[in-house]
Design a protein around this ligand. Sequence first.
Ligand SMILES: [Zn+2]
Length: 404
Amino acid sequence: MTTRSLNETYENYREQAITQRRFSPELVQQLLAKLPSAFKVEEIGKSAEGRAISLVKIGKGSKKILFWSQMHGDESTATAALFDMFNFFGSMYSSISELNFLKDEILKHSTLYFVPMLNPDGALHWTRRNSQQIDLNRDALALQAPESRILKDLQQRILPDFGFNLHDQNNYYTAGNQPTPSTIAFLAPPIDYAKTINLTRQQAMQVIGRLAGELQEFIPQGIAKFTDDFEPRAFGDNMQRWGTSTILVESGALAGDAEKQTIRKLNFILLMRATELIARNEYSTTNLQAYHQIPTNEKLLKDVILRNVQHPTYPNTRIDLAFNRSATPLAPAAQGLPAFAEEGSIDDIGDLSIYFGYETLDCTNYQINYTGTLAVGQNPTLFIKDAQNQVVATVENGFLKRNL
Ligand SMILES: [Zn+2]
């Protein structure tokens, strides 16, 4: 099976210059400059701050597939996976004949177009938005950002059959109503408020249905379907309207994968497999049920939940307390330096019984002291004490530390 072979041989293709989530537009340009001559690399415009945005093309088949990543500057997982794909297509022949055949077939039946890092300014500054503070994914109609115009012009010029809209989502989504994080969320974006399924959208659903089934082997509880509410200003929804079967991929969380390098590998496997499905027209018999039965993406996770806390100020009140952490970038993006500082804050207070925690502590038999302010959005330090007044745990900067 293709996905298994790709999984087993991944290390041969992993782009080794990228080792963590945050990497610079400069590195992207350096790597593009080194691509073998089988690839055609073209600058298709500049960002608001004047950074190059490039298109990479390979293959000579009739099925046209466009991949664009990192339109949100702080969502980089798929960009790294696109470079892994370049290494696959640019590599010498594999010892696994199935993969040689795969490479030949894909390049014969399809032409692949890639825009790795559509928002280089946001990538450098590690912001979702571009440097004009525009969210490119709400600019598909207004087209006020140069990056948005570049993407729209490219779609109109190529008229791709399929499009892959590659994003990251935060760590707090689950795949359905259960505690496992949503590692990969898919969507075939709707084309209208009625969520009409035309042929363009149906084909995207079919590819997703196949992928979700095959990825079960790697992340059995981690595959979800992103919310299908119509967003008239978003690129995915409009690409679908413009006739490109569009697949949204959101890279979420996976336990023990803070830098998302395992999720990057999953991106490589799923994007390669999707390309194969399209090149070989293998998706067209897939029943839409395979898509519809994917559990929905729910925002049910918190970093830390303390349950049944006696309110320090109102002793007759029991509350749950949730902390989340956010990552702020440390100055300049550089390999080998810590890329982020994590900062915690209280996310919610009250009955949080519907939520799951990456870490939870039942505080029924404990007392809580704190320094700072106990309010949503604040970042107090908590001391959790037992009946003997011993500190059994602390929460500091959103991290739970147990003294056991
Ligand atoms: Zn995004």
